[in-house]
Ligand binder design. Structure first.
Ligand code: HEC
Ligand code: HEC
Ligand code: HEC
Length: 432
C-alpha cells in the first residue's frame, strides 16, 4: 500500500554550503544492553500500542507474509527501492541495543543510532512533532515486542543518492525539527486533532503534494496528491465532492471506513483507517473536528440537503434512457447496488453522484475500485463490492467511467481515459 510513495530521497547541491560538514555530522549513540521487559510500566506499553496503530508503523515495517515490525517492506521511489528496517528489539538486526535517547533522535530528527541520516520515506518530518511522552510510550511498546532476527535488505538506490551524509542537505532545505505547538485560539479538541494529523498520523504524507525533491509543499497543506496510482483527494475546501466533509462524515469515514454521503476508504486509505482503529473515539472525533475546520465545512453546511437531493434526483432521472448503450451497460453492471430508491443514500449503497471518485480531476480512484472491487475487510467491514477486473474489458471500463462523468457531474470529460485504465490494469495484473 505504501509502495511507490513518490518521495525523492536526494539532497542536491548542498555540499557547497559553508559549515555543511559540521551540520551533517551526527555522533553515534552508544549501544545499551537490551532493557528488561519488566522495566516498562504496562500502562505505558498499552499507550505505545495505541500510538503505534495511529502512526501505522506496522503498515510500513512489515513485509508481506513477514513477522510484524521485522522490516523488509519494499517502497518504490523514483530513486530506487528502499526497504524498511527491523524495529523489533533484536540486538543484532533490530533496535534491541537502542537507548531511549537513540530512539527519540530517530523519531524526532531522522538520525539512526549509528549517526547516519535516515531517508524521508520514514515520516520523521511528521514524527518530529510527537511529544516526548508519546515517544517514550512508543519506545516502551517496541522494546517489549518479541525480538525477530532478520537480515537487512540492501536498498536499491544508486550512487550518489545512497550516500546518507547527503541527506543532511535535504534536511537543511526542508526539515525543521520541533514538537507540536498548539494554537491557543482553537479548542483543545482541535489541537488534539491537529497534533495527530500533523504528527503521529501524518495525513499530509499522502494528501499534501510534494516538490521535485520529495518535500511536502508547505504552502498547499492537504491540497491532494497521487500515491500508487491512487489519488489522495484534497482535504481542504478544494475537495471536489458535492457535499462538504463535515465533522460527522469525517468521523464515520475514519472510524468505520465509510460514510453515508461520501463513500468508502479503499486502496492506500484502508490501512490508515485500520491503524486508526487503535485510537479511542475521542481521538477520531478530534481528527474530524480539525479537518472539518481545514475544509471549511461550516460554510457549505446550509447547502448539504439541497446538494444531496439534487444528486439523488438526477441519478434517478438519468438512468431512464435505456436507448443509450452506455446507460444499459451501467445498469447491468453497477446499478443494482448503486441505486437508492429514496432521497436518503445508504452507506451500503453508495450514491456515485456524491462520491469524490467521479469528481476528481483524475479517474484513478474510480478505475481502481472498478477493477479491484472492495474486499470484505476494506471499507465497511463485511461489505463487498465485486471486482470487475476480469468481467469487464478496458473498453467497457472506459464507457462506464465516461458515462458516470457525463451524467453525474458538470465537469469536462477525463482526457486519456483509455491510457489511464491500461496503466492501472498493468498495476492490477502485476499484483495478482
Ligand atoms: C511510510 C512508511 C513508514 C511509516 C508509516 C513508519 N516507518 Fe519507520 N521507517 C520507514 C523506513 C523506510 C525506514 C528506513 C529509512 C532508512 O533506511 O533511512 C524507517 C526507519 C525507522 C527507524 C530507524 C531504524 C534504524 O534501524 O535506523 C525507526 C526507529 C522507525 N522507523 C520507527 C517507526 C515507528 C515507531 C513508526 C510508527 C510510529 C514508523 N517507523 C512508521 C518507513 C516507515
Ligand atoms: C498512505 C497514504 C494516506 C494517508 C497516510 C492518509 N490518506 Fe486519506 N486517502 C488516501 C487515498 C489514496 C484516498 C482515496 C481512497 C478512496 O478513494 O477510497 C484517501 C481518502 C481520504 C478521504 C476521503 C476523501 C474523498 O473526498 O473521498 C479522507 C476524508 C481522508 N483520506 C482523510 C485522511 C486523514 C484524516 C488522514 C490522517 C489521519 C489520512 N487521510 C491519511 C491516502 C492516504
Ligand atoms: C454487488 C453490489 C455492487 C455492484 C454490482 C457494484 N458495486 Fe460499487 N460498491 C458496492 C458497495 C457495497 C460499496 C461500498 C463498499 C464498502 O464500503 O465496503 C461500493 C463502492 C463503490 C465506490 C466507492 C469507492 C470509494 O472509494 O468511495 C465506487 C466508485 C463504486 N462502488 C463504483 C462501482 C461501479 C462503477 C460499478 C459497476 C462497474 C459498481 N460499483 C458495481 C457494491 C457494488
Amino acid at each position: 500500500m505504501f509502495k511507490k510513495l513518490v518521495f525523492a530521497v536526494v539532497a542536491l547541491g548542498s555540499l557547497g554550503l559553508a559549515g555543511f560538514g559540521l551540520l551533517a555530522w551526527q555522533p553515534a549513540i552508544a549501544p545499551v544492553a537490551p532493557p528488561a521487559t519488566v522495566s516498562f510500566a504496562p500502562e505505558l506499553v498499552a499507550k505505545g500500542e495505541a500510538l503505534a496503530g495511529g502512526g501505522y508503523c506496522a503498515a510500513c515495517h512489515t513485509r508481506k507474509g513477514g513477522e510484524r515490525f521485522a522490516g523488509g517492506y519494499a517502497m518504490e521511489t523514483p530513486f530506487g527501492v528502499i526497504y524498511s528496517t527491523n524495529i523489533t528489539p533484536d540486538p543484532e538486526t533490530g533496535i534491541g541495543t537502542w537507548s531511549e535517547a537513540a530512539f527519540a533522535r530517530a523519531m524526532q530528527k531522522g538520525v539512526s543510532r549509528d549517526g547516519s541520516h535516515l531517508l524521508p520515506v520514514f515520516s520523521y518530518d511528521h514524527f518530529t512533532k510527537l511529544s516526548d511522552d508519546d515517544v517514550r510510550a512508543l519506545y516502551a511498546y517496541f522494546m517489549t515486542r518479541a525480538p525477530v532476527p532478520t537480515e537487512r535488505q540492501p536498498n536499491g538506490i544508486p550512487f550518489p543518492f545512497n550516500i546518507r551524509y547527503l541527506q543532511a542537505g535535504w534536511k537543511l532545505l526542508y526539515f525543521r525539527a520541533g514538537r507540536f505547538e498548539p494554537d491557543v485560539s482553537k479548542s483543545s479538541e482541535w489541537n488534539r486533532g491537529a497534533y495527530l494529523a500533523q504528527g503521529l498520523s501524518h495525513c499530509g504524507a499522502c494528501h499534501t503534494p510534494r516538490n521535485l525533491l520529495g518535500a511536502e509543499k508547505s504552502g498547499n497543506a492537504y491540497g491532494g496528491s497521487v500515491i500508487d496510482n491512487w489519488v489522495a483527494p484534497p482535504l481542504t475546501a478544494a475537495n471536489p465532492a458535492p457535499t462538504p466533509w463535515t465533522q460527522e462524515e469525517l468521523y464515520d469515514y475514519l472510524r468505520t471506513g465509510a460514510s453515508k454521503v461520501h463513500g468508502t476508504a479503499a486502496g492506500p486509505m484502508f490501512p490508515v483507517v485500520q491503524g486508526l482503529g487503535a485510537l479511542p473515539d475521542s481521538d477520531i472525533r478530534a481528527l474530524a473536528t480539525y479537518f472539518a475546520d481545514v475544509d471549511k465545512a461550516a460554510d457549505r453546511l446550509p447547502y448539504v440537503s439541497g446538494a444531496v437531493s439534487l444528486a439523488m434526483s438526477s441519478t434517478l432521472a438519468k438512468e431512464g434512457a435505456p436507448s443509450d448503450p452506455d446507460a444499459r451497460l451501467y445498469i447491468a453492471a453497477c446499478a443494482s447496488c448503486h441505486y437508492n430508491a429514496t432521497n436518503a443514500p445508504l452507506a451500503a449503497r453508495p450514491d456515485l453522484s456524491l462520491n469524490s471518485a467521479v469528481h476528481l480531476a483524475d479517474p484513478n480512484n474510480l478505475v481502481q475500485v472498478i477493477l479491484r472491487g472492495i474486499s470484505a475487510k476494506e471499507g465497511m467491514p463485511g461489505v463487498v463490492m465485486p471486482a470487475f477486473g476480469s468481467a469487464l474489458s478496458d473498453a467497457d471500463v472506459v464507457r462506464i467511467a465516461a458515462y458516470l462523468r457525463r451524467t453525474r457531474t458538470d465537469l469536462p470529460p477525463w482526457p486519456d481515459l483509455a491510457a489511464k485504465i491500461a496503466a492501472i490494469r498493468r498495476q492490477y495484473d502485476a499484483a495478482k
